[in-house]
Design a protein around this ligand. Structure first.
Ligand SMILES: [Zn+2]
Length: 291
């Protein structure tokens, strides 16, 4: 019976338009051209203007969630951008990623993969999802303050996701999120995404199975690692979440948090692989949360 219901839901789910990495690449290039984009900086404000203009052009509504957070460098103004595409139900699937870049004074850090790729991906996903009748409400969540302002310890990281989850707990809206798909550092030219051991197993399985079916398992490899990222506050609050991140391979190439994280280190092909997998996995995720 359960199987039959799942099948009916899958058949009723309208197909998604294809993900266009050419468009995602152009967003990435535009944001990298803004330069280093740390939380609280005028460059991050310019990045927000770019993101909001792109969403407006697609007819996607976006809200700002702004606050001042205490950091080891003092009070910092932060803003999450919440883009919503209403679906048949109020229940939501969130696709999230950070758009800030880490502060470095010793070198110019433009975060092509780390900060750029996630924001570019979300912008193109907004276009893809806007072109389809979605059974659930879809949210594209651009998170501020993922990066530590000094070092990743205590509370010096994931400011945006922690703030978002706290606000959602307070107003009761968090319970309408049925799944959260986090993307981070997905631009690596030599992309190799390991399963994240903290992530929700059923959600991880759906995504890695979609990759295998799509013959993209050279990008989504079977090894498991553990990465603390913006999905942690969601997991702690009981929201099923998966982190799609290539940290290990990027670090091996000395591109993580270095001057090498620029346009030379990333490729549109990698964004395409992740886009294809998420687009292929989404109907299964929708069916799973609608059971
Ligand atoms: Zn980073």
């Amino acid at each position: 019976m359960k199987f039959a219901i799942t099948l009916v839901l899958l058949l009723q789910t309208p197909a998604l338009p294809p993900f266009d990495s050419g468009r995602a690449w152009e967003h990435l290039r535009q944001m990298v051209a803004i330069g280093p984009r740390p939380a609280g900086s005028p460059a991050l404000e310019a990045t927000r203007r770019y993101i909001k203009a792109q969403l407006a052009a697609q007819g996607v509504a976006v809200a700002e969630q702004a606050w001042d957070d205490e950091t080891p460098l003092g009070k910092t103004h932060m803003v999450n951008l919440i883009a919503t595409i209403p679906g048949a139900r109020k229940d939501r699937i969130v696709i999230s990623g950070h758009y800030d870049t880490k502060i470095f004074h010793e070198f110019r850090f433009v975060g092509a993969s780390d900060g750029g790729s996630s924001a570019a991906f979300l912008l193109e996903m907004a276009r893809v999802l806007k072109g389809r009748k979605n059974p659930l409400t879809m949210e594209l969540l651009f998170l501020d303050g993922e990066e530590a302002v000094i070092e990743w310890q205590d509370n010096d990281h994931t400011y945006g996701s922690r703030h978002y989850v706290e606000a959602g707990k307070r107003d009761g809206s968090l319970s309408t999120i049925k799944a959260n798909i986090l993307v981070d550092m997905i631009g690596d030219r030599d992309l190799r995404i390991k399963r994240d051991g903290y992530s929700t197993p059923w959600l991880t399985d759906i995504i890695w199975n979609a990759a295998r079916r799509g013959k993209l398992d050279t990008y989504f490899v079977p090894e498991t690692t553990r990465v603390e990222d913006d999905h942690m506050p969601f997991l702690e609050a009981g929201v099923p979440s998966v982190d799609i991140i290539d940290l290990d391979r990027y670090a091996e190439q000395n591109a993580w948090h270095t001057a090498k994280d620029n346009l030379d280190a990333v490729s549109a092909r990698s964004l395409q692989a992740v886009g294809d997998v998420v687009v292929a996995a989404l109907p299964q995720i929708e069916a799973h949360v609608s059971k």
